[in-house]
Design a protein around this ligand. Structure first.
Ligand SMILES: C=CC1=C(C)c2cc3[nH]c(cc4nc(cc5[nH]c(cc1n2)c(C)c5CCC(=O)O)C(CCC(=O)O)=C4C)c(C)c3C=C
Ligand SMILES: [Fe+2]
Length: 424
């Protein structure tokens, strides 16, 4: 039975994600050769609501970095199981084609979720049928381990893609750390993000295996001035003093890899540091409001720096109260993390809250899946975290249990694939 005749004969239980396209019609409508587009949003629909529309996949930088942070995350780190370079390249090409469709809100494959032959597993797993693109972004990064002997990439390893050192207090679990390749899926709909990772993992069967993955919710950073600042699980506004997409000059300085940085294939890209940070919620919840604010260095309600009234007021690190004490103590988190005390270093933070049930001792397995993009981790994350690990009072309430560092190349242009310049 040909796929076409089967598709005709098979009972049509489902429909496309939003548009009622048949396989042939959709392929023509989108011009994506070899792929069914079962879920094309009309221009009107895609612009209807900020949280439902698509985010452009192609561009000079990968989407999902300065893109206004979506509400949900599914992050996956993969081990490459094939030893063949050509297999890996073929996978990256397939992933790129699938990512372009997924982020456009379309089913993957020629026949998608419900229009294929009844006797074969569907090409698309189907749980996103009926759902809009929901601002899905898929961002790829290559881990240091990919640059070993297997794929002939050792000479392409960027100097900035260092192995992260052990920081004081680290309790890093290998099974939640590292990975040859990471894919960050962000969306305003959790099912859309999960669907994307699931389908990429499925395409990769026999070539990659998921090493670990992390779901996240309630973005803990804003990456645009148009967004309100969300709250982390300690109840504080998080992301106030973050790099924002509107800061064009600062992004060149602190975020995007520049031609003079070496590793030509990384120009326009950025380095991602991921840290799974467990937060001791139960202990925090027994800490007084005043103590919580002193630890962070900001007011819990307003998010304003201590001694100031408004969230975006500049921080005064020398101001003292009537008791003669610094309003922002020497060990407060925002002091130790601020560029003024880190040689000017800044990060684009893009983390998410997580609650992965309880730990068997009655404590929530909860925290912050910290994600930070930067131009050079040797000058940014590593010195900042070294200082935080030594003296931040917040350390009494948190510990880092997972860690990763990934080189995320520049954006994909139509016709190219994720990592093309790396393999050139
Ligand atoms: C190494 C970098 C950082 C880690 C790890 C980190 C963990 C962490 N942070 C919070 C809560 C807040 N952080 C805030 C500000 C802030 N944090 C970092 C860096 C790390 N945080 C920076 C660079 C900044 C900005 C400092 C500044 O320039 O003022 C804030 C205040 C609001 C804000 O500006 O975002 C909060 C709250 C937690 C709970 C946490 C680990 C679980
Ligand atoms: Fe922080």
């Amino acid at each position: 039975m040909t796929p076409e005749s089967s598709a005709e004969d098979a009972p049509r239980k489902g429909i496309s994600r939003r548009g009622l396209f048949g396989a042939a019609g959709a392929a023509v409508a989108t011009g994506v050769a070899g792929y069914a587009a079962h879920s094309v949003l009309s221009g009107e629909e895609s612009q209807a609501a900020d949280t439902t529309g698509p985010v452009e996949f192609h561009g000079p930088h990968q989407a999902g970095i300065v893109t206004a942070a979506q509400d949900r995350l599914h992050f996956a780190a993969f081990d490459v199981t094939t030893t063949k370079r050509d297999d890996l390249i073929a996978l990256l090409k397939e992933w790129t084609a699938a990512a372009a469709l997924l982020t456009a809100g379309r089913d993957i494959g020629q026949y998608g979720a419900v229009n294929g032959p009844g006797g074969s597993p569907p090409e698309d797993t189907g749980e996103a049928v009926g759902l809009p693109p929901a601002r899905l972004t898929l961002t790829i990064g290559f881990g240091a381990s990919l640059f070993d002997k297997r794929f002939g990439l050792a000479s392409k390893r960027p100097a900035a893609l260092v192995d992260l050192p052990h920081f004081i207090g680290d309790d890093i679990e290998p099974g939640r750390s590292g990975g040859d390749i990471a894919v960050q899926a962000c969306s305003d709909d959790p099912q859309v993000a999960v669907h994307a990772i699931r389908n990429l993992a499925r395409i990769g069967f026999g070539r990659v295996a998921v090493r670990y993955s992390q779901l996240g919710f309630g973005r803990t950073s804003s990456t645009s001035r148009a967004q309100t600042t969300p709250r982390n699980l300690f109840g504080f506004k998080d992301g106030t003093n973050n790099l924002k997409l509107e800061d064009a000059e600062k992004l060149e300085q602190h975020l995007w890899v520049q031609p003079e940085d070496g590793a030509e294939w990384m120009i326009g890209g950025s380095y991602l540091v991921s840290r799974r940070i467990r937060m001791n919620i139960e202990i925090w919840d027994r800490t007084s409001l005043g103590e919580q604010e002193t630890i962070i260095g900001r007011g819990k309600g307003t998010g304003a720096p201590l001694g100031k009234a408004e969230e975006f007021d500049p921080i005064d690190f020398v101001a003292k109260g009537s008791d003669g004490e610094l309003k922002i103590p020497m060990e407060a988190h925002v002091r130790l993390a601020h560029p003024q005390f880190n040689n000017g270093a800044e990060l684009l933070r893009r983390g998410y809250n997580f609650v992965d049930g309880s730990d068997g001792l009655g404590r929530l397995d909860a925290g912050l899946f910290f994600l930070a993009y930067q131009r050079d981790p040797r000058k940014q994350f590593i010195p900042i975290q070294t200082q935080l690990a030594r003296t931040d009072v917040l350390n009494e309430y948190i510990h880092h249990v997972g860690s990763g560092i990934f080189a995320c190349p520049g954006g994909v242009t139509p016709g190219s694939y994720w990592g093309e310049k790396l393999f050139a």
